[in-house]
Design a protein around this ligand. Structure first.
Ligand code: SF4
Length: 426
């Protein structure tokens, strides 16, 4: 029997105005925080191309409350965090709604990530800001399909560089900070480089990656450290926002360092490469248009080509090791999960855990939003298999949501650290 739809009853989807070319001149784009180092550089790229662009500071309890108030509470924690942050900013009175637009990421996967922009549109409408444009940040932006945002090759290249340098600074600082002889010196070095990258490098885009990476690695190679490598290393993997956002993971890096560990966080560019390679993996089971496959392969080649320059420099350093290639990560995941797991962090989550263990980092915190099914499959769901393959692995999975108690998370991390310290060769 056909289903009859009563058009009087069915509500129209929430609509907010589109961001136009004129809006570029008058509106400030607000973007929620995700990874403080990377996003500081990301902001510069937009500013440099004529946009008024502002990354919001870290979240607090109030922004989570706003997220809960305006987003359906079935929705994932990352959506609550980012929508809450944007609504809180609008309600603060600091931004004129007629001169503001809101940006939110949208990865178009098989889970709720596809709906983040819609969640935000509903939330801004409910909060009385229905006339504020919402800009979904997705692959459409790179393809030039988002009105008012004109991303040319130059801008795209700078965005990539923002993440390349962001990954590098995060990796090097996490390696050095626990051993710094002068307290705060590593963070000062990060700030110095961020300033330099923002002004000199991202502004003109004409520079040699090799020269700057060499200087950055050299600076971290010579910074004065005491007792280097005397702490157990602890990897953080999991859902992208919770993994990188200190406010969303209750300052996990600081906590592990306070408990006597050294943190290792995989690169954000791995996540981008994972997204780019999904067409190639899917091709084994379904039809992928030739052009789409070609674009993905070209993107992977370009990114890995640049990362090879970083690898070569890191290989020659005293303190740091190069990152793995995406091809190697695929090989690590394949014996455990299908690389057709493309929802959420998919197979990459499994690959990152195997990568850490094979690099002699058996201590891992796997962070995920409560109720995130995709990451429970390729994160929590593979722990039994990982423990049977690698009997020294010390992995704990921690759920994050607005209602989870910090004490519970703290206890699990303390237990992981106790085992890590006990197993660490003195
Ligand atoms: S990956 Fe998990 S947390 Fe992220 S949108 Fe999908 S279900 Fe939600």
């Amino acid at each position: 029997m056909p289903i009859l739809i009563d058009h009087q009853v069915v509500k129209r989807p929430h609509r907010t105005p589109e961001f136009t070319a004129q809006d570029k001149e008058i509106r400030t784009i607000l973007c929620p925080q995700m990874a403080p180092i990377h996003f500081e550089l990301f902001q510069s790229v937009f500013e440099n191309h004529g946009y008024r662009f502002e990354i919001l500071p870290e979240i607090d309890r109030e922004s989570v409350e706003d997220g809960l108030r305006y987003v359906n509470n079935d929705v994932c924690y990352p959506a609550i965090v980012v929508v809450g942050q944007l609504i809180q900013a609008m309600k603060s009175g600091k931004y004129d709604p007629d001169k503001t637009a809101l940006m939110i990421s949208q990865t178009c996967g098989g889970c709720r990530s596809t709906n983040y922009a819609t969640f935000l549109k509903i939330a801004v409408t409910k909060a009385g800001f229905h006339h504020v444009p919402v800009i979904p940040f997705s692959v459409d932006i790179a393809n030039g399909n988002t009105k008012g945002i004109n991303v040319n090759f130059k801008m795209l290249k700078k965005m990539f560089l923002a993440f390349l340098y962001g990954d590098l600074l995060l990796t090097l600082s996490n390696r050095c900070r626990p051993y710094e002889t002068v307290q705060g010196s590593v963070n000062v070095l990060v700030e110095t480089w961020l300033k330099r990258l923002r002004t000199e490098i991202l502004q003109n885009g004409k520079h040699r990656v090799t020269d700057f990476v060499t200087q950055i690695v050299h600076d971290f190679d010579v910074i004065e450290l005491t007792g280097f490598q005397t702490r157990p290393r602890v990897g953080i993997v999991g859902e992208i926002l919770i993994k990188y956002h200190p406010g969303a993971n209750n300052h996990l890096i600081s906590l592990i360092e306070q408990e006597g560990g050294e943190v290792v966080v995989p690169n954000i560019l791995d996540f981008m490469l994972y997204c780019l390679t999904s067409d190639k993996q899917r091709k084994r089971y379904s039809h992928v248009p030739f052009l789409a496959g070609l674009k993905s392969s070209a993107g992977v080649w370009l990114i890995e080509h640049q990362r090879n320059k970083v690898r070569n420099i890191l290989k020659k350093s005293r303190r740091f090791a190069p990152m793995e290639t995406i091809q190697h990560l695929i090989q690590l995941a394949e014996p455990i999960v299908s690389t057709c797991n493309h929802t959420g962090e998919g197979w990459l989550l499994t690959a990152e855990m195997v990568e850490l263990i094979e690099q002699n980092i058996p201590n891992i915190v796997c962070v995920q939003p409560f109720g995130c099914l995709p990451n429970h499959v390729t994160g929590k769901g593979v722990l039994k298999e990982l423990r049977s393959r690698y009997n020294k692995s010390n992995i704990t999975a921690i759920d994050y949501d607005p209602g989870s108690t910090e004490v519970n998370q703290l206890n699990r991390i303390k237990l992981l650290m106790a085992i890590a310290l006990r197993n660490f060769p003195q």
